[in-house]
Design a protein around this ligand. Structure first.
Ligand code: SAH
Length: 205
């Protein structure tokens, strides 16, 4: 499929990247939670950043020596991620790919990053997404997933996720090693600069 055809297929997501103002999540730097994971040496080997947006978490992992592929359904985000990589002299691959069809990539990565993507999917796509992640991750590989948490008040932004929903989504073929309270840094929304999150470490059996 051409990038134009994909843009037509997913116009709302691409629109998040074509306005003048960056989207709330598009903060121009990696999420602190992923910086911590990188500092702990967890973003290593071949890394897939699923729904990478403009690529900050991908570029973080790549700058620490990981072999990174970032994918997103929004072509404008991917073009921006490629431009940032070039500007910063960082080697990483960025492709327009649907995260629900990761099997098509034929990957078997060591590590998956999901920063703010699981929470965009409704129940049906959520199950498809988890299957798709499993197809791209080698057995024993780790997925680090951060999503909006039910601890976040208000009704703006994405659907809130409960820790037990995470556990049940990754029930079969995975071990949920930890789910801890964390936060997203965001561009201000209603005056808020952070949003409550769950950070999950999930290992593929
Ligand atoms: N991880 C990025 C972006 C989070 S916002 C960051 O931390 O900045 C959610 C992202 O998921 C958006 O970039 C959106 O384009 C992408 N997305 C939504 N549905 C997708 C799908 N089916 N496949 C791939 N990416 C998707």
């Amino acid at each position: 499929m051409t990038e134009e055809a994909r843009r037509d297929q997913h116009p709302p997501w691409d629109d998040s990247y074509t306005g003048g103002t960056p989207a709330p999540w598009d903060i121009g730097r990696p999420q602190p939670a992923f910086v911590r994971l990188a500092d702990e040496g967890r973003l290593t080997g071949q890394v897939l950043d699923s729904g990478c947006g403009t690529g900050e978490n991908s570029l973080l992992a790549a700058s620490r020596g990981a072999d990174v592929i970032g994918i997103d359904v929004a072509p404008t985000a991917i073009l921006r991620a490629r431009a940032k990589a070039a500007e910063r002299g960082i080697t990483a691959r960025f492709e327009v790919v649907d995260a629900l069809d990761l099997a098509d990539l034929g990957l078997s990565v060591d590590t998956i990053i999901d920063s703010g993507v699981f929470h965009v999917f409704g129940d049906e796509d959520r199950a498809r997404y988890v299957t798709s992640l499993a197809a791209a991750l080698r057995p024993g590989g780790s997925c680090y997933l951060m999503c909006f948490s039910d601890q976040q008040p208000g009704d703006w932004g994405p659907r809130r996720v409960r820790a037990d929903e995470l556990r049940s989504a990754f029930r079969d073929g995975w071990t949920v090693e930890s789910i801890s309270a964390d936060s997203f840094d965001i561009n201000p929304v209603n005056g808020a600069r952070q949003a409550e999150a769950w950070l999950a470490t999930i290992r593929r059996s």
